[in-house]
Structure formats: C-alpha cells, structure tokens
Design a protein around this ligand. Structure first.
Ligand code: ZN
Length: 219
C-alpha cells in the first residue's frame, strides 16, 4: 500500500486508482489527475512501475496463441509509462504540474475563475467520457457544503490543504469519495487551497441548507 499521508486514509482505493493508471483503464480526466499526482509524489511511481511489471509478466506467461493481444497490451503499458513524464509543450506553472497544465491549456494565474460560493471559485473543464473535471480555488478556512456522490469523486490537492471526514490532504495527495461518504471538505487555515476534482456523476448536496445551496450552485 502506498501511504497517501500520515493517516493514509485512502489506502487500497489509491492503490486501485494507481493500478488503473498502470493498466491504462482510467478515463482521460482521471489519467491526467494521476499523472499529476505521480509528478508531485515520486514515491507513488514505484508502485505504478511494479504494477506495470506484474502486467508485463502476466502477458509473458500467456499462451502463444494470445501473442497479437499481448503485443497490443504491452504497447499500451509502455505508452502509459511514458505518459508519467511531463509533456514538454505544457505551460510552466508553479501550482499545476505539466500533465494538468496540458489539459487546462493555461497556468493557474491565467484561469478565468467563476464564482461558485462565497470564498469558492471554480473552473470547469470540458466533460470527457462521462466524467466532469473541475479546478477549485477555496479561500483559507472555507467549507464546501455537505454533499454525497452518486458516483466517485477523486480530488488532487495542488496548493494548501483540506480536511474532510476521511482525513487531511495536502499538495500531491489524492482524496477519494464514493456514494457512502457524506462530507463537507474544509480548506486549511492560512493558505488558499487549489485542487482538481474529477467526478463520474453529479454531486448530491445534503444537510439543512442543501435546498438553498442547490439553487445557488445549480445542482
Ligand atoms: Zn465531495
């Protein structure tokens, strides 16, 4: 298991995400998120390499009749490994690693942030393969309203940090929320929190202010 932070709140879920990256099965937005995580957290790269080696060995052990498929899968694994490295054409940004700059097409300082809630701004990327990807800029100490998820929500911290019911996350950490989790992430005091969140289903707001907030944020 790769430690995500001291508490390692995601544990096996993070391992599953990294394994999906190694196998090349993630959606494009999630692939970019994990590539950025690997850029910020070199310690996770060894796990991905190990998964790739296991996959390659499994392909080596396959019967000869599966050679054509084996070559295709090996090519996908090698291509995936190459994508760990930053793309040279991406804008240089001190907050977003190159894999995210490449999909955003701009630096954080050039992003046209939109108001979402007091103290919270967002920048939504085009949907891809049924997933939504959003950059959030949260003022110190501000809280995202309580919500659950119909699907999963994977969040990569790019600046500052935040806490929710699952743990505390800082730059490079990945938080994973699923339909069982009802949370209201709160940004750390003292520094703006910027993060990149990928969801495969809309958020569902909960709590006493849900109806009011839903009108504001449009969910
Ligand atoms: Zn959430």
């Amino acid at each position: 298991m790769i430690p995500n932070d001291e508490a390692a709140p995601n544990g096996s879920r993070l391992d599953e995400l990294l394994a999906g990256y190694a196998a090349g099965t993630l959606s494009p937005h999630l692939h970019s998120l994990v590539a950025a995580h690997l850029y910020l957290k070199p310690e996770s790269r060894s796990f991905v390499r190990a998964m790739e080696q296991i996959g390659a060995q499994a392909l080596e052990d396959m019967p000869a009749c599966a050679v054509a498929d084996r070559d295709r899968k090996l090519a996908a694994i090698f291509e995936s490994a190459e994508r760990v490295e930053p793309r040279p054409a991406a804008p240089v940004c001190s907050v977003m690693p190159p894999p995210l700059c490449a999909v955003a097409g701009k630096r954080v300082s050039d992003i046209p942030w939109r108001f979402k809630l007091p103290g919270v701004r967002e920048f939504r990327l085009p949907d891809q393969a049924g997933t939504e990807a959003t950059l959030y800029w949260i003022k110190p100490g501000k809280t995202i309203p309580s919500h659950t998820h119909e699907g999963s929500e994977v969040t990569l911290v790019l600046r500052g940090g935040f806490s929710d019911t699952t743990g505390h996350y800082m730059r490079g950490d990945i938080a994973i929320a699923d339909p069982e989790i009802d949370h209201h992430p709160r940004a750390d005091e003292g520094e703006d929190c910027i993060c990149f969140a990928v969801t495969d289903a809309p958020l569902r707001l909960t709590g006493p202010l849900a109806r009011f907030v839903r009108r504001i944020v449009g969910h």
